[in-house]
Design a protein around this ligand. Sequence first.
Ligand code: DGJ
Length: 728
Amino acid sequence: MAIVFQEKTKVFHLYNEKISYVMTVLPEGSIGNLYYGRRLNDNEYLLNLYQSRRRDMSACSFDDDIFTLDDMKQEYPQYGHGDLRNPAYKIEQDNGSTICEFVYDHHEIIQGKPPLENLPGCYVEKIAEAETLIITLKDSLIEMEMKLFYTIYRDYPIITRHCEFYTAGKEVVLERALSMCLDLPDSNYQMITFTGAWARERAVTRRDLQIGVQSIYSLRGNGSSAQMNPFFMLARKNTTEQAGEAIGFSFVYSGNFLGQAEVDNYHVTRVLMGIHPECFSWHLAQNDHFVTPEVILTYSDEGFNGLSIPLHKLLRTRLARGYWRDRERPVLINNWEATYFDFDEEKIINLAAKAKSIGIELFVLDDGWFGERNSDKSSLGDWYVNTSKLPGGITGLAEKIEGLGMKFGIWIEPESINADSDLYRSHSQWVLQVPGRRMSPSRNQFILDFSNDEVVDYLAERIDSLLATAKISYVKWDMNRSLSEAFSLAASADKQQMVMHKYILNLYRLYEYLTSRHPEVLFESCSSGGARFDCGMLYYAPQTWASDDTDAWQRCQIQYGTSYGYPISMIGSHVSASPNHQLGRNTPLTTRANVAYFGTFGYEMDITECTEEELDEMKKQIEFMKENRRLIQQGDFYRLVSPFETNNNAWMVVNENKSKAIAGFYQCLNTINQGYYYLKLQGLDPDQLYQVDDKRYYGDVLMNVGICVDERKINGDFYSKIYLIEAV
Ligand code: DGJ
């Protein structure tokens, strides 16, 4: 790995064994892109990648009538000097102008990767793992500096990027401050996005790029959303799971975002990603600064699996942090779908005792344990125990659960408040609201003003003391509505457009405080299921509840879609009741577990009502997961057959030395009188002999011919099978 600056040609070349990223200082002083893709040799001829062409009717930077920014592939463009495409930033100055002129001043190349101030980001454990280039540009008229950060990892086809702005003597307002721009020389790409809604998150959407703008975004304020995930890819038309070129863009942020690909009329593709400029403007005082969140760029010329495998590894080991980062996740039971709000201590203890008897390790008490919370109409904000439900309080219950030999966890939703709560009655000014205007409830609740430090400090103290007084080993941090009337009573008129980003900064501050005060507590983030499934959350909480839809077949799609951008260890997945509570669908217990294995694994159903036969089967499922969870959660994950394109789903994990793999095959509806079906595996050693069921095959046969999946003919709808593949 290296970052090279060629003094003579003013070319920057960032490369490792897999990728190259080449830039140069453009004639007017900004930074231009020359190349991003498969590794190139480093030499002085890279500057020949620079091209400039006359464009009719374009504003030129010089008298030469040739050099126009509209034609340049740029690293961090603005609007106003001739480039008429969408810009990366916009700075309003005291005379009302938004025209800037940042020119290259100097650069530094440093070992390792500096952390982003108050924001989540990838990191290194040893400085040899990465190198960082910081390019400083200056606009002397407004006395501002802009710093473009690029970190290249030694062992991954990955570059991280963000930008920082620094003022000196003058105040300005940032009206737009995206995290990165990447101009690609052609538009023969498809954009692959992960879209959906509540309970059907991250469905794969694939479309050809067209001239114009195609984008994904969230304007929900406090969540990256179930509607459009802040991860997308550009891929060639022929890219498959195994082969072809693809670039991934992951935004390390949990609030409003914009990810877009703009194709201009010369087929240059401009990719922009960052905080959505709508509802955002940031005042910078003299000697002030602003840091944009990070974007992770992943390149693959080995298909989508070639993109997601290194991305998973980086996110799992160099974005996620703390005690649980490398640990196998406990098998849990969550009482939500078992009881909803209708529980008392006896019911909980019975459920926990049964769970213990089949090998479950952690009991999670979901919504309903606090204040007067017997429905979703009241008590959010009152993080005190409801003693009519739990006479011994959380402390007493936690002790009883620990006494059974299990760990204990709770649900919280700290950002929300019900009007029917003591907190609202005493501190209604802590709620986001516009004076004189109506407030829009959602699930009967409002949102606390997280842009106000005082509110967050209060919650920090409250939740910290809850975690300190009871034996709590796990926290499910939920958030069940998006922002409306996002106005802070604590902020002045000119700072209202800062509220949404400040909210997210304070959300991260609260997470940082609680996770560092309670380092061994396992945090799972959640937002009405998977509406906050993003890299920002992963930095604080190593797992996320993937969806409120627990139906096995729907989960095949949700988990398959999620796996393009996120590691399996992050995907919260539970076995639930049949018929399923969301769809009313019946699926075999085996299939429900076979799907849930490919995630963190747990149960979310009233197992006190299960038959002995079912409990026996669950016991075996739990034993299987305990035996294999290290491989599943930390192995290389391959998508094999897409449930979005076929009646089947298949995926597999392989361990590091390719001596063991587990594949899951799933069929949606049965069809009559089928032909043979061969499931081709991936990632094995072609020269290794493996045992699968009662047969032996070499890796090359398993990958090129496949396993003949046969039993499905007689086993009806939602049949599934797990294959253990072991080297002999
Ligand atoms: C939404 C979550 O996604 C569910 O799992 C559950 O925790 C409910 N909230 C509780 O209100």
